[in-house]
Design a protein around this ligand. Sequence first.
Ligand SMILES: Nc1ncnc2c1ncn2[C@@H]1O[C@H](COP(=O)(O)OP(=O)(O)OP(=O)(O)O)[C@@H](O)[C@H]1O
Length: 232
Amino acid sequence: MLNVEGIDQYYGGSHTLRGVSLGLRQGECLALLGRNGVGKTTLLKCLMGVLPVARGTITLDGEDVTRLSPHRRAARGMAYVPQGRDIFARLTVEENIVMGMATLPGREARRISGEIYELFPVLRSMLKRRGGDLSGGQQQQLAIARALVAKPRLIILDEPTEGIQPSIIKDIGRVIEMLRARGDIGILLCEQYFDFARELADQFVVLSRGEVVARGGRDEIGGEDVRRHLSV
Ligand SMILES: Nc1ncnc2c1ncn2[C@@H]1O[C@H](COP(=O)(O)OP(=O)(O)OP(=O)(O)O)[C@@H](O)[C@H]1O
């Protein structure tokens, strides 16, 4: 469903992404791994159109989206949960979720589907609370919920476990598992922690200094090999 071919990106004179290619099938979870500063967030921003690419192509279900604006990509079913979550702090939980439905047509756009509460039971009791009053873990769940109500074909998660307590990390892992089991959505999970991604992903791509240095399926990729690229 998602095909990325030979992406190059520069910040001024610094060559941040070097010929990055990857592919993700519907119903699959792909883990993009790499330590701090190797270019993971930059790649995700290029995929969403927040940053332009110097070379390469991005196709979604066969359509070339490389030059489309971020909102056009969102309308085609690409959803992005940024690092830091970007919750609207002064809006309620409910209002934050409804914001995620802005691209949906008509009345459908006003109703929060029951699936959201199945995935995130904690949000149901917090609908009237302000986004800014939630804990980091709850905000992360809200950010994922807000992305899912747009009914994406592809969801891109940028380090969803960063700065979050272990019990909530488990909840987020469970949500990713449930989405994967649905089989109708591609999941691109960007992570620094291999142990979290290992249980969830079908495919692994490891970035180092803007380049893919290892890739493979769950049975092909060796833990030691990946950890070598992740340790400082
Ligand atoms: N706006 C910017 N202008 C110039 N350089 C940048 C900019 N944003 C990031 N960089 C640099 O590009 C490189 C890749 O950064 P990026 O944020 O993509 O890495 P990352 O792998 O996502 O790391 P992190 O886990 O910290 O988010 C880093 O060296 C970073 O300092």
